[in-house]
Every structure is written in structure tokens, then in C-alpha cells.
Design a protein around this ligand. Structure first.
Ligand code: ZN
Length: 293
């Protein structure tokens, strides 16, 4: 499942070919992805100019001149392939490489600038939806989402309040999209390592009894922001590096401190701990039992 930094690098990769361009023709080769495509999907896109390309958690939002927004989610296996000026590339930077077979190109956008953008999704958990811009806040897919971790709204006060009295683990709380939007297994593990906090710690321990943030909450917010920014920067650089090749993008798993590193030495200088893997709410958690308390 792509996480927020991957979706953000996809957004940045699509922006130069979509922003300001018009959908000339849209090929919907199936009637459904995870859900049925909207009625008159192609007709509602064709002729519309893209006035903005944004992101909310793991959703891409494409603003159209018609006042509608194309809301797209990559699901488990979705990716885009851009063909433009004779070159081809796959925007995004995935932890697990995405093989693309033409048979799984379910939707293809032909843009007025000559770019062809194919949405490839073998497992079809991705989705595309059209929503009126003014109704976006009421959209059920987005309504329940917590604050954007890189947004101005997200801070220690907000995070502490969301964790106040919570008996679940910190790992489970941070994975809850209502607490903070867009964080998945990888970046929750990485952020907790950076903040030196154990994933097993009770979520409520980052707040005082009255819900005020303590130093742990402040360290955690900083760690979440830093780890996401670093991952986006790494994605951006690999996009640049690989633009001229066949579209294969480098993985940034070697940048991970703990994720998928069971049995390895903790990378924190002078820690000496060994990365451990445990299972929490059905997912693997990686952490260092020495420096994460
Ligand atoms: Zn350590």
C-alpha cells in the first residue's frame, strides 16, 4: 500500500503534465476499479482543464475547470505511467516495485499537451471518483480523516488531544487515520524510532491527564514531519535521477532505520540495540528495544 510520501511524489510527477492541460480524450477500459467509475466518467473529464493538482492524505485531487474534482486513490497496486515527448516514466517512489503490464492499464488520459497518462492497477483496489469542489469536505472518503501531518493544523496540542485517555498502543493510535491522516505501517515505525518512543507504549502517555501535550508529543510531531519530508525529498531526487531511464524508480528502503530490518544493528550512534519485529493489530512493527522507550 503506497504511503503518503509515495502519493506526494506521484502528485509531483503528474503536476508538470497535468496542471494547465486539458483532458482531450479519456479511455475507461473497464467500468469499475474498486468501485464503479462515475456515470459519464469520460464525458465529464473530456474538454476540462486541470486547474490544480493536490493531495489529501493518500488521495490525489485533480481540480477541473467544470468545478468538479477528480479524486483518485492508488489502492494496493495502482501506479501511473506517463508517456510524453517520446519518453516514458512512472511518477512515484514505491517501496515495492510496481511491474506494469498493459493489460492492467484501466484508465488512460490523453492530455492536450500530448501527454498520455495511464493508470495501471493489477489488483484494482484503486479508485476514481468525481465530486463537486464545494462538496469535497462532505465527501465520505475524506470526512473522517484526521489532520494532514504536513499541514499547519497538525501539532503537538492536536496529537495529544487525539491520544488523551487512549488505552491502545502508540503504534495503533498513529495508524488510525482519524488521529493523523496518511500515515501507514512504514512511517509510523520510522517516526517512533526517530522520536525514541516504543510502539508498545500506551497512546495516552504523550498527553497529560487534561490532554495537554508533553515532551513525547512534541518529539513525535517533529519526527513525523521530518520522516515524511525526508521520504518525499528522497522520492523527488530519485524521480530526477531516473527520468532518462526506462521508468524504473529506485527504492528508498535503504533509507529506513528500522522498517524491514529485523535482526540488524540499530543505526542510532552508540545505541548498540538490535531491531526487533513484533506483530501489532495484525501488522509487523519494527523497533529498537534499547533506545525506544
Ligand atoms: Zn536503538
Amino acid at each position: 500500500m503506497p504511503e503518503l510520501p509515495e502519493v506526494e511524489t506521484v502528485r509531483r510527477g503528474l503536476e508538470p503534465v497535468m496542471q494547465g492541460a486539458r483532458f482531450e480524450t479519456v479511455e475507461a477500459r473497464r467500468r469499475d476499479l474498486r468501485w464503479p467509475l462515475p456515470p459519464d466518467f469520460a464525458a465529464r473529464l473530456e474538454g476540462q482543464t486541470v486547474t490544480g493538482l493536490g493531495r489529501r492524505a493518500k488521495y490525489l485531487t485533480v481540480d477541473l475547470s467544470s468545478g468538479e474534482v477528480l479524486l483518485m486513490h492508488l489502492g494496493m497496486s495502482g501506479s501511473f505511467r506517463v508517456s510524453h515527448d517520446g519518453g516514458e516514466r512512472k511518477p512515484g517512489n514505491y517501496h515495492h516495485e510496481r511491474p506494469q503490464h498493459g493489460a492492467h492499464d484501466h484508465v488512460v488520459f490523453h492530455m492536450s499537451n500530448g501527454a498520455q497518462i495511464a493508470f495501471n492497477d493489477p489488483r484494482r483496489f484503486g479508485s476514481m471518483k468525481l465530486v463537486r469542489r464545494e462538496k469535497l469536505d462532505e465527501e465520505p472518503l475524506l470526512r473522517a480523516l484526521g489532520p494532514e501531518p504536513l499541514g499547519n493544523e497538525f501539532d503537538a496540542v492536536l496529537l495529544a488531544r487525539a491520544c488523551q485517555g487512549k488505552k491502545t498502543s502508540l503504534k495503533a493510535a498513529l495508524s488510525d487515520q482519524r488521529v493523523v491522516a496518511g500515515l501507514g505501517n512504514i512511517y509510523v515505525c520510522e517516526a517512533l524510532w526517530r522520536a525514541r518512543l516504543s510502539p508498545k507504549r500506551r497512546a495516552s502517555t504523550i498527553a497529560t491527564r487534561t490532554g495537554e501535550p508533553n515532551d513525547r508529543a512534541r518529539a513525535l510531531v517533529e519526527a513525523i514531519r521530518d520522516v515524511l519530508k525526508d521520504a518525499i525529498a528522497a522520492g523527488g531526487s530519485s524521480l530526477r535521477d531516473h527520468k532518462r531511464t526506462d521508468g524504473e524508480l529506485g527504492l528508498f528502503q535503504h533509507h529506513f532505520a528500522v522498517y524491514d530490518r529485523e535482526g540488524e544493528r540499530c543505526p542510532r550512534p552508540r545505541c548498540g540495540g538490535t531491531i526487533k519485529r513484533i506483530v501489532q493489530t495484525g501488522r509487523s512493527t519494527f523497533f529498537c528495544p534499547v533506545c525506544q522507550r
